[in-house]
Design a binder for this molecule. Sequence first.
Ligand SMILES: [Zn+2]
Length: 414
Amino acid sequence: MEPSRIAIFTPALTSRLATLSHFPTSPVYSPSVFEFTSLASSGRARVATLTTPHGDVTTPMFMPVGTQGSVKGLSATELREIGSQVILGNTYHLLLRPGLEVMRQFGGLPGFTAYPGAFLTDSGGFQVMSLGDIRTISERGVIFKNHINGDPLEMTPESSIAAQEAIGADIIMAFDECPPHPATFDYGKASLERTVRWLERCLNAKTRPDQALFAIAQGGVDLELRRISLEATLPFATPGFAIGGLAVGEPKELMMPVVEFSTARMPAGKPRYLMGVGFPEDLISCIALGVDMFDCVYPTRTARFGYALTDDGRLNLNNAACRTDPRPLQDGCDCYACTHHSRAYIAHLQRAKEMLAPRLLSLHNLRYLHRITETARTMIRAGRYHDFALEWGERYFKGAIPAWFSEAIEAGRG
Ligand SMILES: [Zn+2]
């Protein structure tokens, strides 16, 4: 456990926040609040701290997804105990329910939930496009029918920022379009150019200096489109940059070169966030390439189907072999599930459809990913991250490491 994870409103931060009242309507962010400090590096992998209004966080980190203002089944106390730092909230869901008036009444997610750490919200764009019944995408924004009651709604860069200011996360994201995979070059180019214009509108709409707005580079799996997007996006000098548009159905062989290409061009002094990516092997390989932040519904979603993440790959608790297995989910794991229960007990709960099963598996799976990032930090500090990554891969892939994985690790040696 690293002490920086539990730092909340240190005296230094409180005094920094006090200075914010001098420019409450500044359209930019306060660089003094969102400092990104490098602590160590190993090849392209690095350890750093990011200061937020709700405490310092240490990267590389995995951010659990709390779609409805809740990481399904887990309490704020449990999340802190397993080492969660930043929790992700989904703007699309929260603006539909409970709605922005309730959010404002309670001071956004920090006041509405009991979670004492930092939050990040997505812009809503991705979910409008994946869940909503899209009517039109135009220069102005997106008109869609919401998936709860079918009412037509419009989301624009300005309304996304207004919503994210009401929801009150520390890190907010630019409103963008994430084209489906595959998309044509011409569509991808027109889309990413519009996303850059939307980024400018987001920055102009932004009023809260205590929130950091991260820009998102798009371009699908086409490196030329990625180059165009990065060249147009990086000059905005936002306090962090995200790689969007990956993990939307493309194979790893196409995804990893985009990560390698993008992190090599993103500034060293700012956090790099790979959106929606969070398989264990993704964390190990993308940390090697210099990614700092990850989020994904995968660890909690797969838990609800009865799966545990382990060093030997995904363990299916529905398998008959687990019913009499006295071992913990993962040898050496320090989570509550592994220090108290056998696979046999959790497999029984899973078969009996007891609600404790998905809770224990969610706790373990999130702790497993947090431990990967904690081990990564230790190995980066020791200067042997990439050797560790290959050793990890040897066991995880049962001696058959795929080329995309080993190539990413080698490229990350820098
Ligand atoms: Zn565990």
